[in-house]
Design a protein around this ligand. Structure first.
Ligand code: 5AD
Ligand code: SF4
Length: 441
């Protein structure tokens, strides 16, 4: 077995923010076992890929990366390769048992066992741990985060909604929440370390319940930790968007006026087949109610194109809904059949060309809407939390508004971590560009 000074871990993360947060849990657990992170796979003796299963192309990419990273093992047989996350259970058979591709396969509820599994793997045993748990929430593991301005904070795991297209209830298991106290304590730690924004995370975050407190209580408690620290959350389900939650958002200035509220489809017939538990009318009423309570709130959504049996008429209803809500942003996907799900049994009858056409149409529509909404902000002044250097120019900073819009501006006297006022000069569908307002502020 290697000594502590040689334990170097390289990890790549795919998929949603939950996986990013899980990677920080893994880094913490393996850090306690003496592993230090490296950003060069060639230096590592343990290479991990944290995977996503939500759509076929995500799985495909992770597969490909694992094959590429195998090169490092070929060069140095002492290197261990492991697959973590949502693909673990699905890939156990193909990756380990059939192809002997990797040494470790560890599912999202088994990360505490990683140190032992790694030891065993070095001793020549293949480490497989893919059981899901009803209780594991890593409540007592402090994720290993690099210092920064924005942090992810996982508050619940799993999902009980069983949308018929979605593999998450199978890959991540049943819903379970951390305690409010431990989350608040973690948020306090983040504030003390200088973080300026925290995003509460869960697959279904607003159905959070720790037995005593619900998500409205949690959001309020975290908002009170530090009034200069912004609080966001994702992903919410329309069904759990309670009046108290809307009220909490309206009451606290540092809870951001932004909601990611996946709608998935604009057709009641399709929503029913998806088991989404709301109608278009109920969804629209909800957005109106939120808009009344929180003036200026921005919305984003997820939409699936080409769900089984989706007709041209259903698709037209989705287009109509998008025109009605006028989302600030949207994540749009081609339906991807996933084994084990109910929708898998419905067949995949919308031809690929039709899916592509519908997807391209809604993407173009959303580009237009986002562009129009952003351009309407030209001339206005916004408060921006400066986050980091802009990737395009070292002279510019990138920040976001409370409504989650990206803003690029010449840095002037501003530095990451500061709230500054910026006047918007131009805009496209994805970014606002502005000028720092200096002087008395
Ligand atoms: N096919 C396409 N999109 C999917 N999503 C989840 N499962 C599938 C699937 N099988 C999308 C949903 C969800 C987002 C995270 O991914 O829109 O909200
Ligand atoms: Fe999947 Fe639906 Fe749960 Fe979201 S709410 S994780 S789409 S089952």
């Amino acid at each position: 077995m290697m000594n502590d000074s040689t334990r170097k871990l390289y990890i790549e993360t795919y998929g949603c923010q939950m996986n990013v947060a899980d990677t920080e849990v893994v880094l913490s657990i393996l850090g306690d076992a003496g592993f230090r992170q490296t950003d060069r796979p060639a230096d590592a003796n343990l290479i991990l890929v944290n995977t996503c299963s939500v759509r076929d192309n995500a799985e495909h990419r992770a597969h490909q990366r694992v094959s590429e990273l195998k090169e490092y093992k070929r060069k140095n047989p002492d290197v261990l390769i492991g697959v973590l996350g949502c693909m673990a259970e699905r890939l156990r058979v193909s990756l380990v048992e059939r192809n002997n591709l990797v040494d470790l396969v560890v599912g999202p509820d088994e990360y505490r066992r990683l140190p032992k599994l790694v030891e065993d793997a070095y001793a020549g045993q293949r480490g497989i741990a893919v059981k899901l748990s009803r209780v594991e929430n890593y409540d007592d593991v402090t994720p290993l985060r690099t210092d920064g301005i924005t942090a992810w904070l996982s508050v619940m795991r799993g999902c009980d909604k069983f949308c018929t297209f979605c593999v998450v209830p199978f890959t991540r298991g049943r819903e379970r929440s951390r305690t409010l106290e431990s989350i608040v304590q973690e948020a306090r730690g983040l504030s003390e370390r200088g973080f300026k924004e925290v995003t509460l995370l869960g697959q279904n975050v607003n159905s959070y319940h720790d037995g005593t407190y619900d998500f409205a209580d949690l959001l309020t408690a975290v908002a009170r930790v530090d009034r200069t620290m912004r609080v966001r959350y994702t992903t919410s389900h329309p069904q759990d968007m309670s009046g108290r939650l809307i009220e909490a958002m309206a009451t606290h200035d540092n809870i951001c006026n932004y909601i990611h509220l996946p709608v998935q489809s604009g057709s009641d017939r399709v929503l029913k087949l998806m088991n989404r538990t709301y109608t278009v009318e109920q969804y629209l009423r909800l957005t109106e109610r939120i808009r009344r309570a929180i003036p200026g709130v921005s919305f984003s959504t997820d939409i699936i194109a080409g769900f089984p049996t989706e007709t041209a008429g259903d698709h037209a209803l989705t287009v109509a809904l998008m025109n009605e809500v006028r989302y600030d942003g949207a994540y749009m996907f081609k339906y991807s059949p996933r084994e084990n799900t109910k929708a898998w049994e419905m067949g995949d009858d919308v031809p690929d060309e039709v899916k592509n056409e519908r997807l391209n149409e809604i993407i173009a529509l959303q580009e237009g809407i986002s562009g129009d909404l952003n351009r309407a902000m030209i001339g206005s002044e916004v408060e921006v939390l400066a986050e980091r250097d802009s990737s395009r120019s070292a002279d510019d900073l990138l920040g976001r508004t409370d409504t989650n819009k990206k803003v690029v501006f010449a840095r002037g006297s501003a530095a990451p971590g500061e709230y500054r006022r910026v006047r918007i000069d131009r805009a496209n569908a994805h970014t606002l560009f502005g000028t720092l307002i200096t002087g008395a502020n």
